[in-house]
Design a protein around this ligand. Structure first.
Ligand SMILES: [Zn+2]
Length: 365
């Protein structure tokens, strides 16, 4: 049993189905059941990643579809859908009936609980090839702001990824090195995100991984003071926790002060070993709810913040409920069928397409 503490209602707001949809005979459909049963989870949320260029991950519309299937199969699963693209780079004029505000409406009609964006991660940013504050995204942000739709956005990455020291063949192969001029600089992405907020100040936006600002809490606090619906999640990035530990008292004060802006997430994914998921969940939970000293991220000891009880409850589930909804939205099967018909030609992997067809038969009758 993970989460052996007092708070018995937890939502892991940041999980993925990634890599592939089958793992030693088990498939994704109930891929998080074991995890949910191991802790006092009120619910979990899958952030779909339907955009990307290559690699093992099926980063195409199948990722939205599989997340929707998971919602049908399990009432404890929320899912954030993602925008998808015809080409990389994407010429905005060539989107046609896939304009991003149209996609947003389709995803909401299906019954997604919010939107996930990975477009601010420098490697995907480079593929998509459009500024985050450009007209291509603007209609979508305007609608999301108007409707109070929650957006979970990955923007930037740890600053180390822009240094020569990290530009090793291994990191370059993983797509984790941004020293080349083809990538935006960290501050350029920050500026674009702030332009989005200036234009849409009420946007319900949660920036993943503490917005990679764990080492500059004053700057993040100033953004929170300016934008009332802005938040972050504590999904590791181990480097975040190393920064927190360096200024533990200041970090605790920050977490207590802005406890209505911070949400739990782990980045656990299917398929992955349960042990890793349990470890991630245990470390993030204990960090919020205890003052235990334990071996934490990046092989360093860390000491939990033992936040005020009210702050613990908000971070572990109440903020998610307030910003997203009380329970996962039901899937509108007709809308999902329509989406599958429209987008299945963009599914690149034959196995994924076969699974979409199999579960359409089973679940969408
Ligand atoms: Zn993630």
């Amino acid at each position: 049993m993970i989460f052996n503490g007092e708070i018995k209602e937890v939502i892991d707001g940041h999980l993925h189905i990634d890599g592939c949809y089958e793992d030693d005979g088990a498939d994704f459909l109930n891929g998080f059941d074991e995890y949910i049963e191991k802790g006092p989870f009120r619910a979990v949320c899958i952030a779909a990643l339907p955009s990307g260029k290559k690699g093992a991950a099926n980063r195409d519309p199948s990722n939205n579809i599989m997340a929707a299937f998971c919602k049908i199969a399990n009432p404890k699963v929320y899912a954030f859908g993602g925008l998808t693209y015809r080409n990389y780079p994407q010429d905005p004029d060539a989107l046609g009936d896939m304009a991003l505000d149209v996609q947003y409406k389709e995803l909401m009609d299906i019954g997604f609980d919010g939107i996930k964006m990975l477009e601010g991660k420098p490697n995907l940013y480079r593929y998509v090839g459009n500024r985050l504050d450009s007209d291509m995204f603007d209609g979508f942000f305007a609608e999301a702001e108007k409707n109070g739709t929650h957006i979970l956005m990955h923007a930037c990455d740890p600053i180390e990824f822009w240094t020569e020291e990290y530009a090793t063949p291994e990191y370059i192969a993983k797509g984790w090195s941004y020293v080349s001029d083809e990538y935006p600089k960290k501050e350029e992405i920050y500026a674009q995100v702030e332009n989005i907020l200036k234009k849409h100040p009420r946007l319900s936006l949660t920036l993943a991984h503490f917005y990679f600002m764990a080492d500059d809490l004053c700057r993040l606090g100033a953004l929170f003071d300016k934008y009332e619906n802005l938040g972050v999640d504590i999904t590791p990035g181990g480097e975040m926790y190393v920064s927190f530990e360096k200024n533990r008292d200041k970090t605790r004060d920050f977490f207590n002060k802005y406890s209505d802006r911070i949400m739990l997430g782990t980045d656990g994914s299917f398929p992955k070993c349960m042990r890793a998921m349990e470890w991630l969940a245990d470390r993030t939970y204990r960090y919020i709810t205890t003052n235990d000293t334990f071996m934490g991220f990046e092989d360093k000891y860390q000491t939990g913040l033992l936040l005020e009880r009210d702050a613990q409850e908000k971070i572990l589930s109440k903020n998610f409920i307030r910003r997203v909804s009380d329970s996962p939205k039901p899937i509108n099967k007709a809308a999902l069928k329509k989406y599958i018909e429209k987008y299945k030609h963009l599914i690149r992997d034959e196995k994924a397409l076969a699974l979409v067809e199999k579960y359409s038969e089973q679940l969408l009758k």
